[in-house]
Each structure stands twice: as structure tokens, then as C-alpha cells.
Design a protein around this ligand. Structure first.
Ligand code: PGA
Length: 312
């Protein structure tokens, strides 16, 4: 059976009104044009769809069947239209997000706010280390990636949206906990529990201490922010972590941030994707949300523009 959407649309209108004249008015067509479409449709289905009794029009059995399907098709087309319109506005669709392990501490809060605004979107969140994120960027696997400093030499579009201060933590009963402006050189005497190689936190702290000519005495190397916090609480050494991982422990006074000269190391969180990537409307909306609102939502005390000029 060969038929066109136009024939179906005309048929649906005639069948609904049981009138060629009213269908023609509704569709802004001439009555002969409507008759022509119906004739062609009847020729295509090889059965009459209307009975003409005097001036009245009735649906045949085949006409009733065709009316049922033409209404269903018209409904689906309207739905498709609506979905596409919503997609254009970024209100529906899927978002594949990959984030560095430290981002795990604030990504859900941001996604919560975003999803309240766009309740019909589906999100997949991959929490992984920097090395995997770089591979995902290279292979174009995620819509958007959130991590620290963007890798050099890649063709990426990266926008800084929030500060990421790295701090030194200790248990509250540590001898340095009550000291102020501790000289940086004093850190050479301490043992540190550090993140694994390949972590952005680890890379940034190593660069920082190298620049200051200080060799860190690294004790344990742990690939989890949570395990580092537990180890520092247990007295296994000082820790070097993003301030974003510490909200709960600082509030409960289970850990303290040491007041060390030149600290915190100020870094930033970036949202990024390959420059050539065509972002879906949802990804565009989330990127805009991060750049325009994340800082104010998560750091209400420090509103204002984010400038990554001093990134380390
Ligand atoms: P990390 O990420 O969890 O790998 O340390 C932070 C970053 O990219 O700076």
C-alpha cells in the first residue's frame, strides 16, 4: 500500500468532519484538491473509503479502519513534533557526563538542581580518574567532562566554572593544628598520605612543591579521597585534598585545614569537550548551567565571576 502523509492528513480531516467542504476549509485547500487527494488514496488502498448517499458522506468499513490508523499516525506525528521542539529547547534527552573522582562531591548537588529544571532528561554519570577522562575525551565517549586543569595540546573547549582550592589536612589533635601561617618549608618534615599517580590532585600538588623546591615525604599512596581522609584521621600522615571533599569532616571537626604559607593551592574546575563536538541541546544547557550558576549555587558566600588566570 503506497500512500502519502498528505493524503492521510486530508483523509483524516474529511473523515472527522464527514464533509469534503469543511475539510477543505480547515486545510485551506479547494474542494477539488481535497477530492483529488481522496481519489488518489482510494486508488492506492484499492478500496472505497467513503460512501456518498445524496449530499451526505459516510465512511465505508475500510474507511473506518483507515480513520483509526490515520488518527493514530496524526497523534504520533504531533508527539514527534513536540519532542523535537522540546529537544530544541534542551528540555528533554540524554546527558552522558564523566567526572573526576573529586567532582563526585559536588556533581550530584548540581545535577539535582539541573534535573529539577529539566525533569524529563536522563543522565549517566561516570566517576573516574583523570587518565580515563583524557581517554574518554580523546575517543569522544562523553558529552561533557568535568575535571581540573585541561590537558595541554588537546583541541578542547574548556570553561572554568568554580574554584578548586587544594588544602593540607590534619587530625584536630595534630601539633600544627593550632599554629598560624606555618612556613611551607616545615612541610618537608611531615609525612603525607597522597592520591595515586594520574590523579589531578596529585599532579597539582607535585608541581606546586617542585616549584617551591620542596620534596614531599610521601607515605601511603591511596586512590580514594575517602580513604585518605580516614587515614589522616587515623594519624597516618597529613593529607593533600581538594577542599570540596571535606565539607562533612570539617563541619564535624574530624579534620582541620592547616594554615600553611602559600596555601590553598588555587585551581579551578572545568567543563570541557572536544572543540569539534556537536553538543546536544541538553549538553549545551548543562554546560551553560555550570558556567553561569554552579559557582553561586555551591559557593553562595563567594558569588562572582570565575577567572582561571592563576591556575596551577
Ligand atoms: P582527581 O581530580 O580526583 O583526579 O584528583 C581532580 C582534578 O582533575 O584536578
Amino acid at each position: 500500500m503506497h500512500l502519502t502523509l498528505r493524503q492521510l492528513k486530508v483523509f483524516e480531516a474529511v473523515a472527522r468532519h464527514l464533509s469534503f467542504r469543511r475539510a477543505a476549509e480547515e486545510l485551506h485547500l479547494s474542494q477539488p484538491a481535497v477530492s483529488m487527494q481522496i481519489k488518489q488514496l482510494e486508488a492506492n488502498v484499492e478500496l472505497p473509503l467513503f460512501d456518498h448517499v445524496g449530499k451526505k458522506v459516510f465512511l465505508t468499513e475500510a474507511g473506518h479502519e483507515m480513520y483509526h490508523y490515520s488518527r493514530a499516525i496524526a497523534g504520533l506525528l504531533a508527539e514527534a513534533d513536540e519532542v523535537i521542539e522540546q529537544l530544541k529547547g534542551g528540555r528533554r534527552g540524554k546527558l552522558a557526563l564523566s567526572v573526576a573522582s573529586t567532582v563526585n562531591y559536588f556533581a550530584p548537588a548540581l545535577l539535582g538542581s539541573f534535573c529539577r529544571r529539566f525533569p524529563d532528561i536522563t543522565i549517566s554519570l561516570d566517576v573516574t580518574n583523570r587518565e580515563t577522562l583524557l581517554r574518554q575525551l580523546a575517543e569522544n565517549e562523553a558529552d561533557l567532562v568535568i575535571m581540573g586543569q585541561p590537558p595541554a595540546g588537546e583541541d578542547l573547549e574548556a570553561g572554568a566554572f568554580m574554584e578548586n582550592p587544594l588544602v593540607i589536612i590534619a587530625p584536630p589533635d595534630h601539633p600544627l593544628a593550632s599554629e598560624r601561617n606555618i612556613p611551607l618549608t616545615r612541610m618537608a618534615e611531615e609525612t603525607f598520605v597522597v592520591r595515586e599517580r594520574g590523579s589531578g590532585t596529585r599532579g597539582a600538588t607535585e608541581r606546586f612543591f617542585n616549584q617551591h623546591g620542596i620534596t614531599l615525604n610521601t607515605g601511603m599512596e591511596i586512590s580514594s579521597n575517602e580513604a585518605i581522609k580516614q587515614s589522616v584521621q587515623a594519624g597516618l600522615g597529613l593529607g593533600l585534598l581538594s577542599r570540596d571533599t571535606l565539607e562533612m569532616e570539617l563541619a564535624l571537626n574530624k579534620l582541620v585545614v592547616l594554615d600553611v604559607e602559600d596555601f590553598p593551592i588555587v585551581r579551578h574546575w572545568y567543563v570541557m569537550h572536544r572543540r569539534a563536538k556537536r553538543l546536544s541541546p541538553v549538553a549545551q544547557a548543562f554546560k551553560r548551567f555550570l558556567l553561569e550558576e554552579a559557582n553561586t549555587l555551591l559557593r553562595p558566600a563567594l558569588p562572582g565571576a570565575v577567572s582561571a588566570a592563576e591556575d596551577k
